[in-house]
Design a protein around this ligand. Structure first.
Ligand SMILES: *[C@@H]1O[C@H](CO)[C@@H](O)[C@H](O)[C@H]1NC(C)=O
Length: 372
């Protein structure tokens, strides 16, 4: 009932937008990256800690080792930069202790935009943010990647999440991994504090209604040696775009190598069609801490069909995820936005030339999201 009201409001908002000719808003974003890159985004408002926040130690060296920090890892590249910036903005806006978040941005060492330039963008957009940009060596995985059903999934940077335990300082014991096409609309500390029971290494929302069989080939299921990996487990599908990872247990179990060995098997025998996800299912399927579904309202990018829009799943929402082919920033720029894309828009810090148009709707959306 509550959601139906929101959708009704959203519908009228969309209707009012359609009357505006959006052609002047169309531009190719990646082409402009590299040129005065740090001026492409507006500075975010300053978000500060509440009184009850744990005080950062000050003595910890490096600063990343402070036990009061909430660690968040994301990839950063020119293509999804606008998404990454919006996601960070959303985390800070809704965090009870925004100053206690530390962002670990993973950039490709083969990126056309240098990590210095990416650092400059983040610094100018979020002047007081605690963060570090890491260089991910694409050569680590390039030889392990076999082509998947969607070219975007073959980007080596998609595999960076398997290397966080190596990349991040060993004093970082837990990290939240987030895809660049998400918006957090709740206090990230709630996700940070979940318990990973027993010896569980990762936590993520599970989808046990999805037919797990179809994520692997018939050949895989026919091979008793391989399919034994799921023996005695009731493995469910989960999405790797939002994960809480225990890096201590990860390092102990050397799961990066296990993932790599499945990728080697894939190269030889082709046991799945998707990109970086199936190795995670193989290693952790059936042993994932099930997080509430509110933390990954996935699929908002729509099916891999042009113009397919998805609505929110029933239930509360803490994180919106535009997984799938359609991304809110490109649909908005093209004037082909889905309703859910207007929930992403208030977090967008990309500088549009037409400030009037942008700010007008910005206000409306902020109010909508506060209702949500
Ligand atoms: C699950 O998918 C497999 C392979 O596509 C199919 O053979 C099986 O019938 C499906 N099971 C259910 C319960 O739909």
């Amino acid at each position: 009932m509550f959601q139906r009201t929101i959708f009704l409001v959203l519908f009228f908002l969309l209707a009012s937008l359609i009357t505006i000719n959006p052609t002047h808003a169309i531009r190719s974003f990646p082409e402009r990256v590299g040129f005065s890159i740090s001026h492409q985004f507006s500075e975010a408002p300053e978000y500060t800690n509440g009184f009850s926040c744990p005080v950062l130690g000050g003595d910890s060296f490096p600063k990343t080792c402070d036990p009061s920090l909430v660690h968040i890892a994301m990839t950063i590249d020119s293509e999804y930069l606008r998404g990454t910036i919006a996601a960070v903005h959303s985390v800070l806006k809704h965090a009870s202790c925004p100053e206690n978040s530390f962002f670990h941005f993973i950039a490709s060492d083969s990126s056309p935009v240098s990590s210095e330039d990416l650092t400059r963008v983040v610094r100018s957009t979020f002047p007081s943010l605690s963060f570090r940009v890491y260089q991910f060596k694409e050569s680590l995985v390039r030889h392990l990647i076999s082509s998947s059903i969607r070219q975007a999934l073959d980007n080596p940077l998609n595999y960076a999440r398997s290397y966080l335990a190596d990349l991040l300082d060993s004093c970082v014991e837990r990290v939240i991994y987030l895809d660049s096409d998400v918006i957090v609309v709740d206090d990230i500390a709630k996700l940070w504090r979940i318990t990973l029971s027993g010896s569980r290494v990762i936590g993520a929302p599970e989808y046990c209604h999805a037919n797990f069989t179809k994520y692997f080939s018939n050949g895989f299921w026919a091979d008793t040696e391989m399919s034994r990996v799921f023996e005695g487990k009731s493995a469910c599908y989960f999405n790797t775009g939002v994960m809480v990872m225990d890096l201590v247990r990860w390092r102990e179990g050397d799961y990066t190598r296990t993932i790599e060995s499945w990728m080697e098997i894939q190269k030889e025998k082709r046991i799945y069609e998707l990109g970086s996800l199936p190795p995670f299912l193989l290693v952790f399927g059936g042993d994932v801490e099930p997080i509430h579904h509110r933390w990954n309202q996935h699929g908002l990018g729509g099916d891999n069909v042009v113009n397919s829009c998805r609505s929110l799943h029933p239930g509360p929402v803490s994180l919106l995820h535009w997984s799938g082919k359609g991304k809110p920033w490109s649909r908005l720029d093209l004037g082909e936005a889905c309703l859910v894309d207007f929930l992403w828009r208030p977090y967008d810090l990309y500088r549009h030339n037409d400030h009037h148009l942008h700010h007008h709707h910005h206000q409306h959306n902020l109010q909508l999201l506060d209702v949500l």
